[in-house]
Design a protein around this ligand. Structure first.
Ligand SMILES: [Zn+2]
Length: 422
């Protein structure tokens, strides 16, 4: 437990001694950079019984915060953020591959399980079907419903234990798409008692402070943000609120100005390499290089990459672009059609697949632009720009086929000026 930015840690420790600690923090930086980890270290620093310059990681407070099982700790997390499980946990299942498939088929996991070999932490994403319940038009997180469905699912005891374990941490609640007013100040659905403001206004039950972490706080509705604002203006003395976001501009200026700002920037090469070491057992040099490139200094981003799939998808992109460059009209449009069908029929959220393919085109065109002569450079730049525009405008619920056909036409046009027919 010593990852907290050193300069910042010193300043926190100094202010803790002076009794002038802030009550609210805003940790921002790209998705996967480690904002929650940072928030947890910060939380531990506030509650650790050793009161030294870093959380001891061993006292009762540090341990129970670290396990997300403390009465004075709350964490609100979007459902699509993966649970990281260890290979040992998976090995507890008699046939891990078959069990994972069943969890997927039965709607407990979302179809995003990457290749597992070589990983020391495996990202599993919970599906929301069994985890949320619709009450009076609102969606409510319901751990008891999940547990019930697991118990009724006729799983083997080891499978049952595994699934129950995924939602056990009592301090951790999930939200489905936005953080609404119900989460902050309570309503008939979430219940005022479990809402954050009510909870934080009570005395800590054993720790020195109560800590709340809101992940992706920019997903608070405006109503929720306004409701939180009152607490930020007059925070309870023994409370700490930590907001994390990858989109700082998504928060009201009035919220931002009342939080101490902590920015996490992408890591340099050495730190990135070290960070990857916490996700993978041993990495071949080629794989490591490619992951570093794809991660762009953000370890959590690299760790989610399924390299085999990435290489396959990149190969498809190369083929498609190859036909556009050689101006092979028929082959280009036949390949495009197969490409679109592949995306539509994928066994996962097709918008997510489409987004990944666009990212593959982006990284391909960027890499190539660096190596090209001027004529090629211009085409690559056109390709990069139109892909970037496409990626930004891709929204769930869009007419995907129409969208991808239009995007295909842009790829074709990007190379129009090279004009050398095959
Ligand atoms: Zn401690």
């Amino acid at each position: 437990m010593n990852r907290l930015l050193p300069v910042w840690r010193e300043s926190i420790v100094r202010r803790r001694e002076e009794g002038s600690l802030p009550h609210a923090f805003l940790i921002h930086g790209p998705t996967g950079i480690g904002k929650t980890e940072e928030a947890l270290h910060l939380a531990a620093l506030f509650v650790c019984e050793s009161e030294t310059d870093r959380p001891c990681g061993e006292c009762d407070a540090c341990t129970s915060f670290g396990e997300y099982g403390d009465l004075d700790f709350r964490l609100l997390r979007p459902v699509e953020k993966p649970c990281w499980v260890s290979p040992e946990e998976l090995a507890g299942l008699s046939d891990p591959g078959a069990s994972l498939k069943r969890f997927l088929d039965d709607g407990f996991l979302a179809p995003s399980v990457p290749e597992i070999a070589g990983r020391t932490r495996i990202p599993l994403t919970l599906a929301s079907t069994h985890l949320f319940r619709r009450v009076g038009g609102r969606i409510r997180y319901d751990r008891a419903q999940w547990n019930r469905r697991v118990e009724n699912g006729k799983f083997e005891p080891s499978e049952e234990r595994f699934l129950l374990g995924l939602v056990t941490p009592l301090s951790l609640a999930r939200y489905s798409s936005t953080i609404g007013i119900g989460h902050i100040s309570g309503d008939s659905v979430v219940g005022a008692d479990t809402a954050i403001l009510k909870w934080i206004s009570r005395k800590p039950s054993g720790r020195r402070r109560k800590v709340v972490i809101l992940e992706d706080a920019d997903r608070m509705t405006e109503e929720a943000q306004n409701s939180l604002l009152k607490t930020l203006e007059e925070p309870p003395a023994d409370s700490v609120l930590v907001l994390t976001t990858a989109r700082r501009e998504g928060l009201l200026e009035t919220i931002r100005s009342r939080c101490e700002d902590v920015r996490l920037s992408p890591l340099g090469e050495t730190d990135m390499r070290d960070a990857l070491g916490t996700y993978f057992d041993s990495l071949a040099d080629d794989d490591a290089r490619e992951l570093m490139q794809l991660g762009e200094g953000v370890p959590g981003r690299a760790a989610l990459v399924d390299l085999d799939r990435h290489r396959r998808e990149r190969g498809e992109v190369e083929e498609l672009i190859g036909w556009a460059r050689s101006r092979s009209f028929d082959r280009f449009f036949t390949t495009l059609e197969a490409w679109i069908e592949g995306i539509e029929s994928a066994n996962e959220d097709s918008v997510a697949v489409a987004r990944r393919r666009l990212t593959a085109v982006l990284s391909w065109s960027r890499d190539r632009a660096v190596e090209q002569n001027q004529a090629d450079f211009d085409s690559m730049e056109r390709l990069f720009r139109s892909t970037h525009r496409a990626a930004v405008s891709l929204r769930p619920g869009a007419n995907l086929r129409l969208y991808l056909e239009e995007f295909g036409r842009r790829i074709w046009d990007a190379f129009a000026r090279e004009g050398t027919p095959a």
